[in-house]
Ligand binder design. Structure first.
Ligand SMILES: [Fe+2]
Length: 252
């Protein structure tokens, strides 16, 4: 693996089998002259182009971690999988699954940068948000967010999973950053209660991080791309409900 540029890099997450969004993001990263990328997981699960996405990722040598859907793809029996995991599973070969199997659940990019999918201890927990009893997504209390960072002595803490781009600075100066989702701008979940996550844009999202003398400068990049091929694939895979979220970023 090439030396990771610790002073300027891109953070991508939650591609969810959307290879066209991933290509657009790679192009945008390259256009900015950025060479280092870290990938926070949930790469392939989705009703679109899992195999293509896997090939794009395997062709590039970037530090990557395993998300909850990546874990389910290699831990669950096919008949027990969620429908989007099963569509992906059916497109994948053993070497794709072995790649997922070997990914770490968290990693230290440098002494200063820690990366995980959900929280340091869980790939299914939202770090900076929580779901209210009424199903609203709200910012967690600062103490709760800090508590999840306990013992992680890094100045930059990267996470994904919620698909919501967000930065929170802890009282001690540590920065938590979620780059949003490359390929899935909206979804529905039923844990802990029914809730909808939606960004309101169909753009592929990621983050750029730069180290400055005063701390971590971070920026979210929203990259437009044409989702029509992905929509057709989702429909062909019997997931027509993905059309609205891919086309608009809203879940209907
Ligand atoms: Fe996830």
């Amino acid at each position: 693996m090439k030396d990771f540029d610790q002073t300027c890099f891109a953070v991508i997450s939650d591609i969810h089998s959307n290879s066209d969004a991933l290509k657009a993001v790679f192009e945008d990263i390259s256009d900015q002259g950025i060479e280092s990328i870290v990938n926070l997981g949930d790469h392939l699960s989705g009703p679109m182009a899992a195999r293509e996405t896997a090939e794009l990722l395997l062709a590039r040598d970037m530090p990557s971690i395993r998300g909850n859907h990546d874990r389910w793809l290699v831990e669950n029996r096919r008949e027990d999988m969620t429908s989007i995991d099963r569509v992906a599973f059916d497109q994948l070969d053993e070497h794709h699954l072995n790649w997922l199997r070997d990914l770490p659940p968290a990693l230290w990019l440098t002494d200063a940068v820690f990366a995980c999918h959900g929280t340091p201890n869980s790939d299914t927990t939202y770090w900076m948000e929580k779901v209210s009893s009424g199903g609203e997504i709200v910012l967690r209390e600062r103490d709760e967010i800090s508590g999840e960072a306990s013992g992680i002595n890094a100045s930059l803490l990267l996470c994904g999973h919620t698909h919501l781009p967000r930065r929170v600075d802890l009282p001690d100066g540590r920065v938590i950053l979620n780059p949003g989702s490359v390929g899935c701008p909206g979804y529905i979940d039923d844990v802990p209660v029914h809730h909808v996550v939606q960004t309101g844009t169909n753009a592929a999202c990621y983050a750029v991080v730069r180290k400055t003398a005063d701390g971590w400068a971070t920026a979210f990049r929203y990259v437009p791309y044409d989702p029509s091929r992905m929509i057709e694939l989702a429909k062909a895979a019997n997931h027509p409900n993905w059309e609205a979220r891919l086309a608009t970023g809203w879940v209907v």
